[in-house]
Design a protein around this ligand. Structure first.
Ligand code: PLP
Length: 458
């Protein structure tokens, strides 16, 4: 067996994950349920189902290794070439090559600039897509995949999704006008920002917004119950667009390749990811396991500190979500953390050797926005600020340079940002059209019974 020189071969002592050494010969990729009680499926089935019948998350049977010279050549490759190379083995035979190429090209048709903020920290700006947050990539990829899988079907698919802020807008935008697909978005009332709310409640057409008088966790619980409900599933072909869906989760790997493509230092970067449901960072770690050079990962959390605590104590204790100013990360029981556990075969020691996690308070987040604006004239959004702070916390003890993901545009959180910088944020052109629009939503108690009644009556 040959390992690439940069290969983190430590991760590969298990029976469970095997590596393919010649990605060109992969035609088939199976996904198994992390609860191990459901049959294996291919990419298309996993994307259409969202979650396995045994409630487990789907996980790829193999982590494909990158082509041998891919990393050396990465600077000469286009975003589309990188996208197709990375995604092809995961998609397997579910999507023909030329279709995949088209899907990838549409998914990544905006910029992912790496911007230096201070001597040691760089922002990977992931907010240049249509809804101004990183979730556009996953949502665009997934909507186009489902559109393709649905191409000959006369059966309607209903995408049911809970959002803590940004998912809703990205998914709504990705699916707007897609034939044969209805989208129902559940969001916690009063807990998303005005721009976020407009993005998910004003589109109309095949998009409906349910405003839940509760928390994001309530929304997520209602969605999870819907997938388990026999009546609903016999009436509707339900699928999830949350980051548990492999078609949303896996393309998030691309950010990390685009970051590395722009990285000018010899040592691989430390990468800090503002985290809530842990889908994004888990995709980054997957990219690393398949061969992307990364020095270390940092999961930057707000007050919702289940994972930082787990890494410290070894006890995983989900808690109700606490509302913070970085609301897209207000998650008390991150769905994707089980995937990180699986990648490292539940070995806490192995996870800790590549991943550190910090919990950052709202006060520190605001102070960071203020200080970075004053010192460096860079405007952080609250999520990016959590990332910037956590990155520096790590760099203080480690002589490295790093990247934090700027996961949303600051205009999505104008109150916090303007209060901290003392300066007004300009509305980007792309969202000005939202300002005069009328919100349309269905207000609902946080009860699955109510949701079911409403869905059955539609
Ligand atoms: C969704 C979101 C996050 C958290 O991402 P996860 O994949 O759920 O960890 C962070 N920042 C912003 C702006 C988001 O929208």
């Amino acid at each position: 067996m040959k390992y690439h020189s940069w290969y983190p071969n430590k991760c590969y002592e298990s029976h469970r994950l095997t590596i393919h050494y010649s990605p060109l010969t992969i035609h088939h990729m199976n996904y198994y349920s992390l609860n191990n009680q459901s049959p294996k499926v291919n990419f298309a089935q996993a994307a259409v189902k969202g979650q396995a019948p045994d409630k487990g998350l789907y996980f790829p049977e193999n982590v494909p290794a990158l082509p041998k010279d891919f990393i050396q050549r990465i600077r000469s490759l286009s975003k589309e070439e990188i996208g197709v190379t990375v995604m092809k083995p995961y998609v397997g035979e579910s999507i023909p090559g030329e279709v995949l190429q088209g899907i990838v090209a549409e998914t990544v048709n905006f910029d992912f600039p790496l911007v230096q903020v201070d001597e040691n920290a760089y922002a990977l700006e992931l907010f240049h897509g249509p809804t101004l947050a990183f979730k556009d990539v996953g949502a665009r990829f997934m909507s186009r995949c489902l559109g393709y899988f649905n191409r000959d079907s006369d059966k309607h698919t209903t995408v049911l999704v809970a959002t803590s802020g940004d998912t809703g807008g990205a998914v709504a935008n990705g699916f707007l006008g897609v034939e044969g697909v209805d989208v129902v978005i559940l969001y916690p009332s009063g807990k998303v920002s005005p721009v976020q709310e407009l993005q998910l409640t004003t589109l109309g057409q095949n998009i409906a917004a349910v405003e839940v008088a509760g928390s994001f966790d309530d929304c997520q619980a209602m969605v999870k119950q819907a997938f388990m409900d026999a009546d609903l599933n016999s009436k509707l072909q339900l699928t999830s667009a949350n980051s548990i869906n492999v078609a949303r989760w896996l393309p998030q790997q691309l950010y990390y390749f685009y970051a590395y493509q722009q990285w000018q230092h010899e040592q691989p970067p430390v990468i800090c990811v503002p985290s809530g449901n842990f889908g994004n960072i888990c995709a980054g770690i997957l990219a690393y396991v398949s061969g992307l050079p990364v020095k270390h990962f940092i999961a930057a959390c707000n007050t919702n500190d289940v994972v930082p605590r787990f890494l410290q104590t070894g006890d995983y204790e989900p808690k109700p979500a606490v509302a913070t100013i970085s609301n897209a990360m207000d998650v008390g029981n991150p769905s994707n953390f089980v995937r990180i556990m699986e990648l490292f075969h539940q070995q806490l020691g192995d996870i800790k050797s590549i991943l550190t996690s910090y919990s950052i308070s709202d006060a520190a987040t605001k102070a960071t926005i203020s200080e970075v604006y004053k010192k460096h004239r860079y405007t952080l959004d609250p999520h990016g600020a959590v990332g910037y702070y956590a990155l520096h916390k790590y760099l203080a003890d480690n002589n490295e340079k790093g990247i934090f993901l700027e996961t949303a545009h600051p205009v999505k959180f104008p109150e916090t940002v303007e209060e901290s910088t003392g300066s007004k944020i300009e509305f980007p052109h792309s969202v000005q059209y939202l300002l005069g629009k009328q919100k349309e939503s269905v207000l609902m108690e946080p009860s699955f019974g109510r949701l079911k009644e409403w869905l059955m009556a539609r």
